[in-house]
Design a protein around this ligand. Structure first.
Ligand SMILES: [Fe+2]
Length: 145
């Protein structure tokens, strides 16, 4: 099964968030390794728990940026985060019940969900945050003068 690779096109122009994205990719790749290495149920379920915990952390940091900048689509964006978290939590339950539920197809669904979210929702806030931070810096400078 093919591993997923992060690339610069997914960058949201915030180094802290880019690092969190990369770590999410690494965790999903670790899950692929477990599936291919014939790991037992418990190991796979633990890795999915780790993905759940990490995605909550990753989304919370991103939501802080969006909130701080009063991003107008914050509500819908965070709704998508909760949807992702629910998907991973459901997957954990399925795999803990029966490891055969962890299939290549379901990992592909998980990957698509993450990458589609980044492309559709995350990249959408990039120009907004860029403009906002420019205005923020500019107004600070004008106050000083
Ligand atoms: Fe997001």
């Amino acid at each position: 099964m093919k591993k997923i690779e992060w690339n610069q096109k997914l960058s949201v122009d915030i180094p802290e968030i880019d690092e969190l994205q990369k770590k999410m990719f690494a965790l999903i790749n670790a899950l692929i390794d477990l599936l291919e290495g014939g790991a037992v149920e418990k190991e796979c379920a633990n890795m999915i728990s780790e993905i759940t915990e990490y995605s909550k952390y990753y989304f919370s940091i991103e939501e802080e940026y969006l909130k701080k900048n009063k991003y107008p689509e914050f509500a819908n964006h965070s709704k998508m985060h909760r949807k992702f978290e629910t998907f991973v939590m459901d997957l954990r339950r399925l795999v803990a019940d029966d490891k055969s539920n962890l299939t290549e197809e379901i990992i592909n669904n998980l990957t698509s969900l993450l990458i589609d979210h980044i492309k559709t929702f995350d990249l959408k806030y990039v120009p907004f945050l860029r403009t906002n931070s420019f205005i923020g810096k500019h107004s600070k400078t004008s106050k000083k003068n």
